[in-house]
Write a protein that binds this ligand. Structure first.
Ligand SMILES: Nc1ncnc2c1ncn2[C@@H]1O[C@H](COP(=O)(O)OP(=O)(O)OP(=O)(O)O)[C@@H](O)[C@H]1O
Ligand SMILES: [Mg+2]
Length: 592
């Protein structure tokens, strides 16, 4: 399957990631500089070695051995120092880049609107923020430390070797050229393999995360075995592909070794002849061999960088995609900063989740709702109740037509003003780790404990909170997993009430609350916030029956709009639902 990030051009990826280096530009620059200095020191050592042998050992000059030996120690110490500095700056630059990337991604994700979020899975975003960034961090560090060092090492070693003996060094040149061609053609193949492995890896990641976050459902449906089987298969696939890729990498080794030993043999053979003839010294031969090893090691390094960088391109693209994603719903240029009335109107509204030319989930909706009115919404699952009210607080924008609040198009309001005035209890509600008070204060940052208690009383949440050992200071676990469904719903309603909104939207928010409490909550709304326009979506007719008017949704259209009595006499769908629930209620009377 083609993934959306695959088509992002390389230039854009490099620019986007590059612009996050920011304050670590200096470190990024110093790393290769120190690495090259290290190489220079490393290259001097075989040269000094030759000198010790030829001018110290052979003629028996102890003084020369001592001074050159001392020089060698100094060179080695400098080499070590430069290497350490390179490593230091390299890790700072790469860890810094990783931090900046994560911050930038997180910041941007916070600005995403609902349509943006529909594009990504939560698991996918988490992988991008963690594993993908780590991949880039490693590749960047490798790149900084080796990208300049390895070629520099090859060039300098080559120059040194040629300056010692041009004739013998041609052997290197031939060997290096041969190896370079071989290694890189092999690496290109390997990279292709790895790219494949990594997309498979991705899929595996996604399925694992989906499975783990839904583990309770897996258990409830006794699907453990099936899921485990599926996972084993995917893991096994990856194992096979890895082995295939690794086999090719291993092929590298014997070829490299063969070339290295062939070089050593040839150089030793010809070198020995030259020594006998007096045109080469023993020391020179030794340093030539040392340079030989150096060059070949650097080639290995280069091929390794090549693999590493191409392996991380997918990660780079995935990170870039998150960073360049533009929020779909943004503030208008000259926003209206005040929302004066809670009246709502829909004018010829059509809506589709995927743009103009795809299936409409709302078709030509026209509605006029007065300030302070209580509106019930009822309709089968998938009849677009949620889609309808999501347009009021601009969680999504209409595809056609307009939604007005207080006679102003919602797209003209300042987003913060609009959302502060339209409190929306989502169907998929969320609580966050922290105390109950912390969670309530999402509704109003500076709410006093008194205000919080009041809101909880209105939402009938006070009863159960008072029974908790630490009451309002009780810690809520991640996602509210230590609360029951109905308790969570009531807390979410209280949180919304703290906003003192002009419009309150409850999307199936009392579905897990018993009918008695449900009706108590609605009575509370009538008594304490009579001026607030209320939208109450429910599956139970008893939850909407006493609303001023009720909207009956059917397959994205309004099938009826009126009071309970009106609908009962004129609307067939409504009557059917009513009858089925009322006759059913006789059986389930015990819960009221
Ligand atoms: N985020 C989304 N992306 C794409 N399609 C969606 C999305 N959310 C809902 N839909 C589709 O829109 C249609 C209406 O869904 P909606 O959630 O509005 O129904 P609903 O009446 O609220 O149902 P329920 O009673 O189950 O909550 C459905 O066909 C659904 O598949
Ligand atoms: Mg819904």
């Amino acid at each position: 399957m083609e993934k959306s990030y695959e088509s992002i051009p390389a230039g854009l990826v490099i620019r986007t990631l590059g612009s996050e280096i920011k304050e670590f530009k200096m470190d990024s620059l110093l790393t290769p500089v120190f690495m090259i200095l290290e190489v220079v020191m490393e290259m001097i050592i075989p040269y000094l070695m030759a000198s010790i042998i030829d001018k110290g050992v052979t003629p028996g000059d102890i003084n020369h051995i001592k001074t050159t030996g001392g020089l060698m120690v100094v060179t080695a110490v400098f080499g070590l120092f430069f290497g350490l500095m390179g490593a230091h700056f390299g890790s700072r630059a790469s860890a810094g880049l990783a931090r900046n990337l994560r911050n930038r991604m997180f910041e941007n994700i916070q600005n995403y609107s609902f349509p943006n979020l529909d594009k990504y899975s939560t698991a996918g975003l988490v992988t991008r923020l963690t594993t993908d960034v780590t991949n880039i961090q490693n590749a960047y560090q490798m790149l900084l430390r080796m990208f300049m060092r390895a070629p520099a090492s090859i060039v300098i070693a080559m120059v040194m070797a040629f300056s010692i003996n041009a004739g013998l060094s041609t052997i290197y040149l031939v060997a290096v050229l041969f190896l370079a061609v071989f290694v890189f053609s092999l690496m290109r193949k390997i990279t292709k393999y790895f790219a494949e492995v990594f997309t498979k890896y991705d899929d595996l990641n996604e399925s694992v995360q989906e499975n783990v976050s839904g583990i309770r459902v897996v258990k409830a449906y006794v699907r453990e075995e099936y899921e485990t089987e599926k996972f084993f298969k995917a893991a096994d696939n990856i194992y096979r592909m890895f082995v295939r890729a690794e086999k090719m990498i291993i092929l590298n080794m014997p070829v490299m070794q063969f070339t290295v030993y062939a070089c050593i043999l040839l150089i030793s053979w010809f070198g020995a002849h030259m020594i006998v003839l007096g045109s080469l010294t023993t020391g020179e031969l030794m340093s030539l061999l040392a340079y030989c090893m150096n060059i070949l090691m650097s080639l290995m390094m280069l091929s390794f960088i090549f693999v590493m960088v191409s392996m991380s391109t997918a990660s780079a693209k995935r990170i870039t995609e998150v960073i360049i994603e533009k929020p779909v719903i943004v503030n208008p240029d000259d926003p209206v900063k005040e929302l004066t009335s809670g009246s709502v109107s829909f004018e010829n509204v059509s809506f589709s989740y995927y743009g103009k030319n795809s299936g409409r989930v709302l078709k030509n909706i026209n509605l006029e709702i007065r300030d302070g009115e209580t509106v019930g919404i009822i309709g089968g699952t998938g009849s677009s109740k949620t889609s309808l009210i999501n347009l009021i607080s601009r969680l999504y924008d209409v595809t056609e037509g307009s939604v007005k609040v207080g006679n102003v198009d919602v797209r003209d309001y300042d987003l913060t003003v609009l959302r502060n005035n339209v409190a929306h209890v989502l169907q998929k509600n969320e609580l966050f780790s922290g105390t109950i008070l912390d969670n309530l204060r999402w509704g109003k940052e500076d709410a006093t404990e008194e205000e919080c208690r009041e809101a909880c009383a209105l939402a009938s949440a006070d009863e159960f909170i008072e029974k908790l050992p630490k009451k309002y200071e009780t810690l809520i676990e991640q996602g509210g997993s230590n609360l029951s469904g109905g308790q969570k719903q009531r807390l979410c309603i209280a949180r919304a009430l703290l906003r003192k909104p002009k419009i309150l939207i409850l999307d199936d928010s009392t579905s897990a609350v018993d009918t008695a409490t449900d009706s108590k909550i609605r009575q509370g709304f009538r008594d304490y916030i009579p001026g607030t326009t209320k939208f109450i979506i429910a599956q139970r007719i008893s939850s909407v029956m006493d609303a001023d008017r009720i909207i009956v949704m059917d397959n994205g259209s309004i099938a009826g709009f009126g009071s309970h009595e009106e609908l009962l006499s004129s609307n067939e769908i409504y009557r059917e639902v009513y009858e089925s629930q009322v006759s059913g209620a006789a059986l389930s009377d015990f819960d009221s």
